[in-house]
Design a protein around this ligand. Sequence first.
Ligand SMILES: [Zn+2]
Length: 265
Amino acid sequence: MKDRPIVRHAPALVPAELVRLTKRLGEPARDMVCVAEGNTSVLTDEGLVIKASGAQMSDVTAQDFVVVDVERAVEILHRPNLTQRELERCLRDDSDPANERRASIETLMHVAVIWETGASWVAHTHPTVVVGLASVLENERMWLSPLFPDEAVTVGEPVWIPYMRPGLELARGVGAAISAYTEIHNSYPRLMILANHGIVALGGSAQEVDAVSTMAVKAARARLVARAFGDPHYLDPIEAGSLQEREDEVARRARFTAAGRESKQ
Ligand SMILES: [Zn+2]
């Protein structure tokens, strides 16, 4: 079956705030990405605007993004017999051969995240310290409970995703994991940790996904320091949960969260 591309190159539709967020997260000193790693996106009235494949986050301009038709992307995500090759064809805007742009192979993961949660901003990066800690054998256990109060408040309990191949497999796995998380917690996650891969921060504003990404890196560093001296003493999960509900913490978190993050139900 020959599908039309679901992406278009339309720099005029790229919000300046998305360009700024991408450059901030891509700053070399933050060590969250290198070369062409990582991607950011925001849901707009025109579709999902997402960083194009091959662009380096620290150097992006509005030219380095594409706009994805979300409804068609969701249909593709749920189509049972789609092959990776067919997907790749859908993710390419080749209407102007001299200026061809491809959406990242991780585009459908962004689509799954916004579809399952109603979040409008997504930032996917590969911070060295998190990738390292998410690549050891006891990796999942390290993220079951926070290590310090600000981690509990800003990041909460992350969704753990076992290693899956980037592309269709990962996008579908992420969608299923968020759905299971939401059923158990009756709330949406703010962070996903992808084993042997990286992190996905999601939220209602650029500021929120930046804060969650930054705190995830700090949380990984804190585990590294704790492990250097002994066994980490994690916060009791009930204590961590109650911290998130304290009035001052809820008010503080609200500053990072746009009002429109609503349940689909
Ligand atoms: Zn990635």
